[in-house]
Design a protein around this ligand. Sequence first.
Ligand code: ADP
Ligand code: MG
Length: 623
Amino acid sequence: MTRKQKKTLARILVSAVLLAAAWASPLEGIWRLAAFLVPYLIIGWDVLWKAIRNILHGQVFDENFLMALATVGALVLGDYPEATGVMLFYQVGELFQSYAVGRSRRSIAALMDIRPDYANIRRDGQLVQVDPEEVAVGDTIVVQPGEKIPLDGVVLSGESTLDTAALTGESMPRQALPGSEVISGCVNLSGLLEVQVTKEFGQSTVSKILDLVENATAKKAKAENFITRFARWYTPAVVIAAAALALIPSLVVGGWQIWLERALIFLVISCPCALVISVPLSFFGGIGGASRCGILVKGGNYLEALTRSDIVVFDKTGTLTKGVFAVSDIRPQPGFSKDQLLETAALAESYSNHPISQSLRAAWQGQIDTARVGQVQEIAGQGLLATVDGGRVAAGNARLMEGMGLSPAACDQPGTVVHLALEGQYMGYILISDQVKPDAADAIAALKQQGVRKTVMLTGDNQATGEAVAAQLGLDEVHTQLLPADKVERVEQLLGQCKAGRHLVFVGDGVNDAPVLSRADIGIAMGAMGSDAAIEAADIVLMDDSPAKIGTALSIARKTMRIVHQNIVFALGVKGLFLLMGAFGAANMWEAVFADVGVAVIAILNATRALNISEFQPKKNTK
Ligand code: ADP
Ligand code: MG
């Protein structure tokens, strides 16, 4: 508990004792009022004060006003115990709320406990701890076993395993070897690592993620906006209704005191706190629960939208397939050797971070001297041009070759073809093949089960490969040989096919699909460990690259919305019932306050369920 909460608790206890004492005392008249006023003011002064302050600021109608009006009215009518009791239970409810909100905030903070406190730098042979913000790009930091990696970088020396659970929700540790990229926020488990920093702290993965999570609650879902609007109209409406209830029947049938009392009960019951607090709290819990699974959702609105997904569109390379290509064949034209082809490709591709480039570099086992390469120009969806040893090299698909007026050899084997040309002369091709991710087929089947009507794959790869992958995974539709701009066009067509009020989701790996990510209703980027463009363009970011997480995101969204709807229906239902009962004299002030606090407590408890994700996590296998 915070200090403020402890103080409220103390006030509650003191005023409860004083209330009991006043009740038991034989005091009469003005002394009786005085005896009740002490606990009433102890417990209610802040509510009264807030109500007065709001009136002075012209914002009359809120729950403080309702409570102040109802209890002061009860005092005027001589219902002293009721007036004090209502205030007391109202504060019990408030305390409970602030406790619940604090708890989910803390558990989000704890699960996002990835902010590094320091970085180790070697100075005069000694390790010194410095603020991560002071470390510059190119500096070398030392990460000891057990420490968090403070900044993104590349391992210079040392071998270790990294715990990425805080970022991805996956418990499998990753290996880090010299040359591997490491991401801030991971925990170094076993060995000492020397890391060369590649991004300053403000640009690091950790900072980006923290920003994202902190800003997520600013993007309100429709259900949340509805509640805010609702509260704005509801309170004045209730006050007017209560005034009418106090006035009209007493003018018609008389007995103004009974009607005034009923009107006050009406006010107590009507307090909208349960809704106002529990709906945002549910979204907050849903976003927090998702980030515990390694799914970063940029706002409650996206959770809400996810539950109405109609078409899910996938990119192929790196999204449904591993993006790790193995060379399966090399076919040089006469006059060139296989080695020559592979070396040229590896060199030309040496600056690109496209999955194809990385694979070709890995396939060429020799040293890559980047000084031999210059003037690299990437052509998204086709390949690239570069100067290698002074000669103009083109590496890419058939479209790229045809654009240069060359006629590339046809290839009848399945796989992705990288054609090569040197100084306008066709050199031959390298056939590379990718593998489908092991959980991709299940992930797509799961989406279908969750009510997704259509699954589509868009790829810049050739028809044979695209169709083979689509068939293997059970996708409904596939479009091949698309340039990035064609993908946007396709997505626009598909947007038109979505059922009214339903949404299109695009899932990509973040390599040249930022335009589509932002064009779709919901853009999901995966494998965000390190890719900034993806984190920025997407609405939902999957920290690792497992397609199964899309289904998890959908389930979390569904659960969150279910809780939100339960709370809205439950709170409004109980309130409506008690309002009627109050108006007809079937509920007294005590029942009214129990109804109000009870509904709030139940709704809040229900909302905190959204934070619980055990049902979405893979069962730990006990080996
Ligand atoms: P996808 O749509 O499958 O994600 P891309 O749009 O990134 O693929 O690329 C489409 C096609 O363009 C690839 O299948 C490949 O033939 C070619 N291509 C793209 N980038 C490169 C590259 N760096 N080197 C060689 N070929 C490339
Ligand atoms: Mg791609």
